[in-house]
Design a protein around this ligand. Structure first.
Ligand SMILES: *[C@@H]1O[C@H](CO)[C@@H](O)[C@H](O)[C@H]1NC(C)=O
Ligand SMILES: *[C@@H]1O[C@H](CO)[C@@H](O)[C@H](O)[C@H]1NC(C)=O
Ligand SMILES: *[C@@H]1O[C@H](CO)[C@@H](O)[C@H](O)[C@H]1NC(C)=O
Ligand SMILES: *[C@@H]1O[C@H](CO)[C@@H](O)[C@H](O)[C@H]1NC(C)=O
Length: 362
């Protein structure tokens, strides 16, 4: 009993030290190593979907700003020995056509291809067999839905990671991180294909289009690397719609996820055909990037969600305090963002707060 009391007393002290109270919060919002956060708000709950090697789990919370005590459940455990059994990355859960779909990235053998596959790659290519997969389920919320394996999402037997759905008046699309050819390894670009439904691609390989390549200095690693495209990447694409103007954006991550330079970049659909690369315009500078003054580094792989009362837009992303610790330094953060006069998103500088909680948070 005494121990319990002491524990709760210590917890209260820690809580005060964080400057966290009912009107403010601090980052990170989950005190554990985690990456690629994807959040959806549904029926007054926030749902956070995460992966861990061969599992996909879902947490739910009434507040966006603290996931330490959130309820959590296993949504999917990959069976062993299959092409999607290991290294599950970047799951997302979407409600499309009245059903729930989880889209995720996975690999057959923990990113260690046999030597006679690796030898064909231009550079070492551990992720050469990473592909996109889809789970499906029917239920009123992702929490009560039983998900079952539906299909691989065709990427023409080529590298594919971080896939997402892009919804447009002309149909549904798949946007994902891709290579030019099967064994390139780098650069990692953004590709788009057209979907017939959430698990079936309708465009043949000849219609697969590359809508972004990491060609600007800040999309390369190290910055401006001149000699080759090793570590130059575009990945983690996410659709973002301006709620007032309807402008369509794809916010994606650029450079390299294991160091301080990882950042968010932006494409805007300025034409009417998402399959036409010329209909996309890339912003020439990153839109969300490291803030050394607050020790916020390597910020990327965002998702977007509304405040409880629907009036504010929030970005949920991962970042590092210690950029020397690579992937294991990543934790999950959130901040409010607004919109510029020209309709583009106006992201804040990444930091730790304290910040005012989302509008309508009890
Ligand atoms: C506050 O900080 C302490 C110590 O750093 C940490 O253990 C605790 O989980 C934090 N609480 C919240 C709500 O962030
Ligand atoms: C919560 O914390 C913030 C920042 O430390 C402070 O300005 C505010 O007055 C606090 N609010 C309450 C209700 O304690
Ligand atoms: C597993 O992946 C390999 C390499 O991409 C592919 O050749 C093979 O057809 C896949 N197997 C199944 C059952 O999809
Ligand atoms: C999910 O599966 C569980 C256990 O088999 C079952 O009790 C529950 O009714 C199912 N839920 C739905 C929405 O089908």
């Amino acid at each position: 009993m005494l121990k319990l009391l002491l524990t709760s007393l210590l917890a209260t002290v820690a809580w005060c030290q964080n400057n966290t109270n009912s009107t403010t919060f601090t980052n990170p919002i989950l005190d554990a190593e985690n990456a690629d956060p994807w959040v959806i708000r549904h029926d007054d709950w926030y749902y956070l979907i995460l992966s861990d090697y061969d599992k996909i789990s879902l947490s739910r919370s009434r507040v966006l700003t603290n996931w330490n005590d959130a309820e959590s459940k296993l949504l999917f455990q990959a069976p062993p020995g299959l092409n999607y059994s290991t290294d599950i990355w970047a799951p997302e859960v979407h409600n499309l056509n009245g059903a729930w779909y989880i889209i995720f990235t996975a690999d057959p053998r923990a990113d260690s291809p046999p030597p006679e596959v690796d030898m064909w790659c231009e550079y070492s290519c551990p992720a050469v067999h990473h592909r996109m997969y889809v789970l499906e389920g029917h239920g009123t919320s992702p929490w009560t839905t039983n998900f079952t394996y539906k299909s691989q999402l065709d990427t023409y037997d080529q590298f594919a990671i971080d896939g997402t759905y892009f919804q447009h008046s002309s149909g549904l699309y798949h946007i994902y991180s891709c290579w030019y050819r099967q064994y390139d390894a780098w650069p990692a670009n953004l590709c788009i294909t057209k979907l017939e439904n959430p698990w079936t691609v309708s465009s043949p390989f000849s219609e697969r289009q590359i809508i972004s390549v990491p060609s600007l200095p800040w999309e390369k690693t190290p910055y401006g690397r001149a000699s080759n495209d090793r570590l130059s990447s575009n990945e983690g694409p996410e659709q973002l719609t301006n709620p007032t103007t309807g402008q369509q954006f794809v916010i994606f991550s650029a450079a390299r996820s294991d160091n301080r330079n990882y950042c968010l970049a932006m494409l805007e659909l300025v034409g009417t055909n998402p399959l036409n690369p010329a209909d996309w315009r890339k912003h020439q500078y990153p839109v969300f990037y490291q803030n050394p003054e607050e020790q916020a580094y390597g910020v990327g792989h965002a998702s977007f969600v509304k405040s409880p009362d629907g009036t504010e837009d929030w970005i949920v992303y991962h970042g590092m305090k210690d950029p020397l610790n690579g992937w294991s330094a990543r934790t999950i953060r959130t901040q409010k963002f607004t919109w510029n006069e020209d309709g583009t998103p106006n992201f804040p500088k990444p930091g730790y707060g304290p910040y005012t909680v989302p509008s309508g948070q009890a």
